[in-house]
Design a protein around this ligand. Sequence first.
Ligand code: TYM
Length: 328
Amino acid sequence: KKVILSGIQPTGIFTLGNYIGAVRNWGKMQEDYDCAYFIADLHSLTVRQEPAKLRKQTLDAFALLLACGIDPEKSLVFIQSHVHAHAELSWILSCYSMFGELSRMTQFKDKSAKHVDNVNAGLFTYPALMAADILLYQADFVPVGEDQRQHLEFTRDVAARFNNIYGEVFRMPDAYIPEAGARIMSLQEPTKKMSKSDTNVNAFISILDEPNAIVNKFKRAVTDSETVVCYREGKDGINNLMSIYSVVTGESYDRIERDFAGKGYGDFKLAVGEAVAEELRPIREKFAALTADKAALEALYRKGAETAAHIAERTLGKVKKKLGLLPR
Ligand code: TYM
């Protein structure tokens, strides 16, 4: 079986963007692939975190993965910092990552412009840690949203560079980016990516939002001054709502255009809100049940860490040998 791997940061409850662009697809891949999914807590340290809050958010994020349909019997689920090999390989790969290429990462450019008072080295070498995450497990496919594409290209470049010197150590991973929903936009500024760090709560849907709140946020979603529901250049707000509705209901854009012909934006927004609320309802219920039993969650992530460490150590051992690091 081909190997799938992906991760998500524990910096808050996942948004509808995280869900549609990535996590929703992860559960669906469990039958056909060997899947590994993890909470990227080390990555979240690139921005200052409050310790108690980070601890809670990490456990919540772990529970959310399960609530979104990832089954620990079928997939490997773990927490990044529980597996030492990630940080270790990250250091090694950073010695094969060039200043120039890291400087060109759009995420680094965006984040360093946003957090001017904390442009730390971790923010800069972030892609090397991500490459380590992926390459340790010899992943074939990495299911992510559009915003991670450049990091995947970087991972491939580093893997190729390393393999060129030392032989076939790493498997070459491919990004697996969904055709629809790979970039869900803010409901308030539809030219901007939906993000959980947005200061306007109406701009994003959190996957634990109450049905009422979801419907209301969609009612307030920014659209345009026309009245026709159709997918067209320049209609960023409507395009975004159409892609959300299409992914959630499985209906094509053509079908949606026909179904809403002659109806106003109000009807359409309500339909999108209700469809999303329905889709997320079971997740909210499952999350509540899962977080009620903390000990069970702990047992699951401990078991995940053990299995993950075993796989990761195998790759790390190979790498160290190739490099000429003296065995202990
Ligand atoms: P993160 O935590 O920012 O996001 C998790 C996943 O959600 C996707 N995503 C979106 N998709 C569509 N529309 C949006 N508005 C949207 N916002 C976020 C992201 O593309 C991502 O797939 N660096 C990664 C985490 C990571 C990782 C890895 C991923 C660490 N190591 C190894 C894959 C493999 C990140 O910060 O994702």
